[in-house]
Design a protein around this ligand. Structure first.
Ligand code: FMN
Length: 221
């Protein structure tokens, strides 16, 4: 290839069709067991697991390979308390004033309200930031498809957690600018999601929801 940039060979490991199907089914079953958990046990999580989940998230594709994500991992009890209190302030306002009736009706099945105990109970609170641009040599370099890229990265993060038997919740206590303040993030970073990570509480339960059927989510042409 005639290029001033280096290319390296790429191969996937060989496997039989049967093996592919077995692996695909196993992965589907693993992911189909995933649920958003809102009740956490205080049981400690090995920090190495979180590091591996974030490293896995960091393998995501991204617009022009800008990798516009940053995972801030909070375990300090005082910081978690501060985040919970600020999140609950926003969520109280959301539930009592900002959300329209239609939205509140949609949320009824999840039994959620403005209380966010899980921010303190979960051993780790992972706050994902999107990096909109970088300041290089005094100039601003914009990133591309930041939302899509960070969304894909978080999807891989969630899959990695599921694979190691941990649970999480994608939480959006909006507006989320309080997270930039509390976590002292630079102005090119914006909070994207807040994710408590840990083990489910012994008495944890989840709303009985239905996933769309294959026909509803795909069409081969
Ligand atoms: C972008 C996004 C934002 C969400 N925000 C919240 C949230 O703020 N609070 C909450 O309790 N659940 C939140 N959820 C979780 C959804 O309610 C949940 O994923 C959905 O009901 C499907 O349930 P499952 O994750 O158990 O399959 C969010 C999910 C996504 C993907």
């Amino acid at each position: 290839m005639n290029s001033e940039f280096r290319f390296i060979p790429y191969r996937q490991p060989e496997m039989s069709e049967d093996e592919r199907i077995e692996r695909a089914e196993d992965f589907y079953l693993l992911m189909n067991r995933r649920r958003s958990i809102r009740e956490f046990s205080g049981k400690e999580v090995d920090r190495k697991l979180i590091e591996l989940a974030v490293r896995t998230a960091g393998t995501a594709p991204s617009g022009a390979n800008k990798q516009p994500w940053r995972y801030i991992i909070v375990s300090d009890p005082d910081l978690k308390r501060e985040i919970r209190s600020a999140a609950e302030k926003e969520e109280k306002e959301n539930y009592e004033r900002r959300m329209p009736k239609e939205w509140l009706d949609d949320l009824k099945q999840f039994g959620t309200d403005w209380h966010k105990d899980f921010i303190e109970t979960a051993p780790f609170v992972v706050v994902v930031f999107r990096i909109d641009y970088m300041n290089d040599d005094g100039s601003v370099k914009k990133h591309y498809y930041v939302n899509e890229s960070v969304g894909i990265s978080v999807g891989i993060f969630i899959a990695a957690l599921q694979n190691m038997g941990l649970v999480t919740l994608t939480h959006t206590p909006s507006p989320m600018n309080f997270l930039s303040k509390i976590l002292k993030r630079p102005s090119n970073e914006r909070a994207f999601l807040l994710m408590p990570v840990g083990y489910p509480a012994d008495e944890a339960s989840v709303p009985e929801i239905k996933r769309k059927s294959p026909d509803e989510i795909m069409e081969f042409l």
